[in-house]
Design a protein around this ligand. Structure first.
Ligand SMILES: Nc1ncnc2c1ncn2[C@@H]1O[C@H](COP(=O)(O)OP(=O)(O)OP(=O)(O)O)[C@@H](O)[C@H]1O
Length: 288
């Protein structure tokens, strides 16, 4: 599939959000779309999925079956989980027993069986997100588009996301994922597309590239925002710790220090391997 000189703006005289994007992705490939808040990651994914039409340029070679998981599942629909998913299975071209089988299999796999008779508006955000994931997977997609898939999911389902992606890739599907949480670390083989100023650049890394670890001290109140920004720019934040030495030197309360690696970390650098959870939730009210 190829995006050819794609431009998009939301209003006739509004600013262009995407400006001449040219990129392609093939069967069995995954790309993670990175970038700061509001740069146009969701817009790009929606163009790729066929949800938005570009104002200029075109998308060619889009696979017939596209699974699209929006950032927020639209739960304000008057259906039960089972009715909704059965309807979506029909939209995906499944009929009768095949539709029922797909719904049963995905509700089981995503832990939704107990919610089959619950209406969508009554679901918690995390459960609704799982329904969003299920509807995209009912029929193996040739293109799976996941907009911030780790957002709002419980830990068990977050673990499942790379597994689902791997299955789509193994069946020669392509996968696009936006990510501001730095979960890309879970998709080490994915390409990395950085969106900024309406343009897209692909990060390249070679096997013999070396990496540096940079330690940065920031005021405690700015930790979450800084971590989010660093991750959005494609850096790997390895850990956050209170920095006693900085505090002692400056005779004020401990300043948290952020340790980050530029580029793709080696396994030993990853926070997970050090028993450190590299995920930090933004503080309430703080920009992601
Ligand atoms: N439906 C819309 N109507 C008008 N402007 C929109 C609409 N959707 C997005 N925008 C604007 O387009 C720009 C890109 O938004 P988009 O949601 O694609 O960014 P993003 O990188 O995905 O951001 P985030 O990380 O916050 O999800 C932003 O300035 C946003 O305000």
């Amino acid at each position: 599939m190829r995006l050819e000189d794609v431009w998009l703006r939301y209003h006739r005289r509004g600013p262009w959000v995407l400006r001449g994007i040219d990129v392609q992705i093939g069967p069995g490939e995954a790309a993670v779309v990175l970038g700061r808040n509001g740069v146009g990651k969701s817009t790009l994914l929606q163009v790729a999925a066929g949800v938005l039409r570009p104002g200029r340029g075109r998308v060619t070679g889009r696979p017939t079956r596209v699974g699209w998981v929006p950032e927020r599942f639209p739960a304000d629909q008057p259906f039960t989980v089972a009715r909704y998913l059965t309807g979506m299975a029909r939209v995906a071209g499944l009929r009768g027993a095949a539709a029922d089988e797909a719904v049963t299999s995905w509700t089981d796999r995503l832990g939704l069986s107990a919610f089959r008779s619950v209406r969508l508006p009554e679901l918690s955000k995390g459960t609704a997100q799982k329904v969003g994931l299920a509807q995209a997977m009912l029929r193996p997609p040739g293109l799976l588009v996941l907009d911030e898939p780790w957002e709002g999911l419980d830990a068990a389902t977050r673990e499942l996301v790379p597994e689902l992606i791997a299955e789509v890739l193994a069946a020669d599907g392509a996968v696009l994922v936006s990510d501001h949480r730095g979960e890309t670390i879970r998709l080490p083989a994915a390409r990395r597309w950085l969106v900024a100023d309406g343009s897209l650049t692909e990060e390249t890394s070679s096997a013999d590239e070396t990496f540096a670890v940079v330690e940065v001290a920031v005021p405690a109140a700015r930790v979450a925002g800084t971590v989010a920004r660093l991750r959005a720019e494609g850096h790997h934040v390895l850990r956050v710790r209170a920095d006693a030495s900085t505090a002692a030197a400056q005779a004020r309360p401990a300043a948290p220090s952020i340790r980050l690696a530029t580029g793709e970390p080696t396994p030993a650098q990853s926070g997970a391997d050090q028993g450190v959870d590299p995920m930090i939730e933004p503080a309430a009210g703080e920009a992601r």
